[in-house]
Structure formats: structure tokens, C-alpha cells
Design a protein around this ligand. Sequence first.
Ligand code: SAM
Length: 273
Amino acid sequence: VSTVVISESEFRALRDLIRERFGIYYDDSKQFLLQSRLQTRLLKCSVSDFGGYERYLTSSPARETEWGELASVLSNNETYFFRERAQIDVLVTQVLDETLRSGGPLRVWSAACSTGEEPFTIAMMLMQTHRISPGNVVIHATDLSPRALEKAATGYYRELSFRATPPEMIQRYFRPFEGGFFVNDDVKRSVQFSRLNLLDERGIAAMGIHDAVFCRNALIYFDKPTQKRVVDAFAKALRPGGYLFLGHAESIMRLTDLYDPVVTSAAVYYRRK
Ligand SMILES: C[S@@+](CC[C@H](N)C(=O)[O-])C[C@H]1O[C@@H](n2cnc3c(N)ncnc32)[C@H](O)[C@@H]1O
């Protein structure tokens, strides 16, 4: 199959549509990345070039279905268990202490959960403390990509997901199956997955109030105004003093004044004022 080339103007038009809908921003250096990610969609939509694809996305009767498909091909879903674990240590010590003192339940939201490794790590590390019963913790996990969420729902993972997992955690919380592992039912049951676009401010507000929000390694794909919009919306999903954990390349220090940054030797995070 030969490659269809995206023109400069087609690139501009498509990336603006995508940024408006999903926040994901393809800067000028990413023209060919977008071209390759969209390549299979042309065929599926029976259009012969990117101009045709743009028209499909804006005016085909099937456009909403196509936007759903697009959500699964536009982003990097790279993730693994126990990624940036120091932040989750803050959750299972400090945040958990505070919540238990106030009578709980602990409410945590993994807001760009990809294929589920992050919320399942949170669940395992909480269970491991033996300080909290399953009925006293709520873990919400959301993502834009239907395909990533489908994978999360299977609870089945292979080697690459375990690159940072302590062997005893695999033993305790997984069972082997055909070269990979299923996460235990207890862990699986403690996480509720659903689909949410981070640009959907009303959807964010409808998530309810949390003690901690994790949104790691997603904002990095957004431009600054969109990053601000999303972290400001998270303030509506956090209790006063609630915790926001971002990826380590995602500083919001000069972006918003709704949070106080906390910098320790092990982790950086933010607290809702
Ligand atoms: C690299 S993964 C990060 C996974 C995990 N948080 C971690 O740090 O390992 C980025 C995720 O952000 C999601 N994402 C991108 N844009 C989004 C949006 N507008 N709304 C919700 N999720 C989005 C992608 O679907 C992808 O699964």
C-alpha cells in the first residue's frame, strides 16, 4: 500500500481540528507523525487524500464515529506499572493518613489512565498498606482512547508493562497466563474505568470530588493554554488541600494560581488551595 502524503495546508487544517477537539497539539515538527498515524483512517473512510479526510471529519454523517476511532490513534499510550512510583508513595502515606484521620473514604482519579497500569498500581499499593478496606476507597480511571480502555478492561498485560515492577508484587497481585499476566480480581474490582475527554469541563466537574488526581504524561501533548484549561478544571474535582500529580516534564508553576507546588527530594506535586 502506498503512502498518501499530507500537504502543508491539509496538515494545518487537520491539526487545528484535532487540537480543538482533544487538546493534542501537533506542532510543525510533527507533520509526518500525523501523516503516518492517520494513514489507515483514509482507507477505512474510503477517502483518497487528507483533504477528503478533513471533509469526512467535519461533514460526514458518520463523523462522530470517526472521531471516536481517531481518539485511539492520535496519542502515545506508553505506560507501565510503578511508573514514577515516588508520587504514589506520597499517596499511600501522606494522602492516605489525612483521609483516614478525617474518616475517609479515599477518592483517587487517574485522569489519563491509558491501558490501566497507573490506576492498578495505585490499587495495589493501597491494598499493600492493609490500612484501608475495599469499601473505603474509590479509584476512578478515565482516558480518551476507547482502544486503551478496552485493553485496561481485560486486565491482561505482557512483559513491557512490568519493566519497573518488583517481582514480589507480580507474585502477590497477578496470575500468569500464556506468557503474560492477569491482574487479580480484587485489584481489578477496585478500579472503575470510563471514557472522558479532558477538554470536557462539564464531564470533569461531574466526576465528583477527589483527594488526589493523577494526570501524568498527557498534558505534555497539549499547548500551554489547553494545559491551563485542564488543570484549572481539575480544581473542581479536588477538595481544598487535595493533591494533583503530573508527569515530571509537566510543570504548571507559572500557569495557574489555584495550586501550591510542593517540591521534595523524591517527588513534585501540587495542592489545591
Ligand atoms: C502516555 S499516556 C500516559 C499514561 C499514564 N498516565 C502514565 O503516565 O503512564 C497518555 C494518555 O493520555 C491520553 N489522552 C490524550 N489526550 C487526552 C484527552 N484529551 N483526554 C483524555 N485523555 C487524553 C491518551 O489517550 C493516552 O492514553
